[in-house]
Write a protein that binds this ligand. Structure first.
Ligand code: NAP
Length: 239
């Protein structure tokens, strides 16, 4: 394929695509996670300045195909990608990872937003948050009967009712088991990322009969071509 690609990253599969791209292509990262130093393609870190800024970049850089391989909850950049590709008159493809599905006996409770989550959390005492950094903005609101364990990419100070652990996936089942047991976790809070790397926590919740509060997936925009798996996308790119 002779396209010049801008690949918007955010999930593990994006890095797998980036590893196959030559120097004429660009891999773009928000700058939240690690930035790989060993790629043949160009790496760009940081925002574009909304859909308008992205469209401008696409034109200036001579990009002919935009690939959205961002996190399923990174809805803003996905909206920007769809809009900017239309403005620039180039196709937008997306890698859209399927959501995890609850199994028989699972007690998954979907919540729409932070307010819904806090309400659903009321009966519990020792929640494990695996939602990224958003709970950090609410540390002062933790009810007296709760102690939060918050797992994020980087550790940072919590307070007397919250400990923040820094850890990056993939997570092993036995480590997740130990974490739940050590901390007496009684409810898990998660996005539905659909990632194999972070799935073991769901297995542990299942084993321990614990409820999982699942943050609803955002609605993502229509694109020209959507792939649920990495391999068909690589095949279509001839990589
Ligand atoms: P977002 O709300 O969709 O994006 C916010 C802004 O970040 C975008 O408007 C864009 O800035 C910039 N951005 C995002 N992805 C980019 C990329 N690949 N290249 C260049 N710029 C990018 O997403 P978010 O704030 O990053 O995250 C939203 C949720 O997704 C969070 O809950 C987070 O935990 C989760 N998540 C995100 C990532 C990720 O890599 N983004 C990875 C794992 C999980 P401009 O408008 O200035 O272009």
């Amino acid at each position: 394929m002779t396209a010049r690609i801008l690949l918007l990253g955010g999930v593990t599969e994006a890095l797998a695509i980036a590893r196959r791209l030559g120097p004429e292509h660009v891999y773009s990262l928000a700058g939240i996670g690690r930035v790989p130093q060993d790629l043949r393609c160009q790496v760009r870190v940081g925002g574009f300045g909304g859909a308008e800024g992205l469209a401008c970049y696409l034109r200036k850089a001579g990009i002919t195909l935009l690939i959205d391989a961002t996190h399923p909850y990174a809805a803003q950049i996905s909206r920007n990608a769809a809009e900017a590709s239309r403005t620039a008159g180039i196709p937008c493809w997306a890698l859209r990872r399927p959501a995890w599905q609850a199994q028989a006996g699972d007690d998954w409770r979907e919540v729409a937003d932070w307010a819904g989550l806090i309400n659903a959390l009321k009966p519990f005492r020792r929640p494990l948050f695996t939602l990224g950094r958003e709970p950090l903005q609410h540390l002062e609101e933790i009810p007296l009967h709760q102690f939060w364990t918050l797992r994020a990419l980087e550790a940072c100070p919590g307070n007397e009712r919250c400990e923040v652990i820094g850890a990056r996936g993939p997570f092993r089942l036995e480590d997740e088991r130990a974490l739940f047991a050590r901390r007496g976790i009684d409810v898990l809070i998660s996005k539905n990322s659909g990632s194999v790397a972070t799935e073991p926590k769901l297995e542990v919740a299942r084993e321990r009969g614990l409820p999982v509060l699942v943050l609803q997936r955002p609605t993502l925009p229509e694109v020209d071509l959507s792939f649920a798996q990495l391999d068909p996308l690589l095949a279509r790119l001839g990589l």
